[in-house]
Design a protein around this ligand. Structure first.
Ligand SMILES: Cc1cc2nc3c(=O)[nH]c(=O)nc-3n(C[C@H](O)[C@H](O)[C@H](O)COP(=O)(O)O)c2cc1C
Length: 261
């Protein structure tokens, strides 16, 4: 076959594509287990960071993260509608994001202002435990900002309203503007604020401008300048996940005397 002929070029290109696709498929299959393990490790790290048990920029090995996680964090799966724990699902391997793709494990989102289109029926919560006592509850949160979906965790004290931490570990907001949701000094403004008002309605709000100290201004957090729309998204997503449609029933059970949620 002539090397410059159309047939030769097409066959050569097809052969290169075939060889490359075999390589890619082989890599995807053989690395899948490692990718899944890394995703779990990454989630564990984020949980430890929002719990204040790991510094954000700390250099730690996979083994150290695993040990710290196993020592102090207990994952649980919660049925969002009833707020009860669902121990029929292994909480250590449950993947809430993946469950959104399963029609049996998720549903179309009810009308909401957080930009959510599908929501899980069961969600993963984490208890930060010390001396067999629950010290914090960590809730996964997500919702639309200006450009992207923000994914994060909200940490609450056992009273279910005092905020102990917040983090947004994945988003596509503009660096320096909406991207400041992941700025350590902004996140440090949250601990000590109250998620709910005295009637147990979601009350926490990122405001435009500066908030007072937590004791005087418990429901407000400083706004991010030039990022009003991202901050609005943060408010909407927090209010959704703290509401009856989100973790409201679970948190109500948790704070009920004698409840095992
Ligand atoms: C290139 C570009 C990127 C922007 N990125 C964001 C963003 O990530 N989040 C946001 O809320 N506003 C962003 N804005 C600004 C919004 O368009 C809007 O002006 C801003 O939310 C108003 O906030 P302010 O009232 O605090 O100034 C961006 C604007 C431009 C031009």
């Amino acid at each position: 076959m002539q090397q410059a002929s159309n047939r030769y070029i097409i066959l050569f290109a097809a052969a290169v594509c075939l060889v490359c696709s075999v390589f890619v498929a082989f890599a995807a299959v053989t690395l899948k287990e490692r990718q899944d393990a890394n995703a779990v490790l990454d989630r564990q790290k984020k949980v430890l960071i929002v719990a204040g048990l790991l510094e954000e920029k700390a250099k730690v090995s996979a083994g150290e993260v695993q040990t710290l996680f196993d020592e102090s964090i207990v994952p649980r799966v919660v049925d969002l509608a009833s707020g009860a724990y669902d121990d029929s699902i292994d909480a250590t391997t449950f993947d809430q994001q993946r469950s959104l793709k399963d029609p049996a494990m998720s549903k179309a989102a009810p009308e909401n202002r957080a930009g959510l289109t599908r929501v899980p029926l069961r969600a993963q919560v984490y208890h930060v435990v010390s001396d067999e006592r629950i010290e914090q509850i960590i809730l996964p949160i997500e919702g639309k900002g200006l450009w992207s979906t923000l994914y994060g965790f909200l940490a609450l004290a056992p009273d279910t309203t005092s905020i102990t931490g917040i983090t947004f570990y994945q988003h596509g907001e503009t660096p320096g503007l909406g991207g400041e949701v992941d700025n350590a000094s902004w996140k440090a403004r949250w601990p000590g604020r109250q998620a709910f008002d005295e009637n147990w309605q979601p009350a926490i709000e990122v405001i435009k401008g500066l908030a007072g100290p937590p004791a005087e201004d418990p429901y407000s957090v400083d706004g991010l300048s030039g990022a009003t729309l991202t901050c609005r998204g943060v408010n909407e997503l927090l209010h959704y996940w703290l509401s009856e449609q989100g973790f409201g029933p679970y948190l109500e059970r948790f704070r009920s005397p004698g409840s095992t949620a």
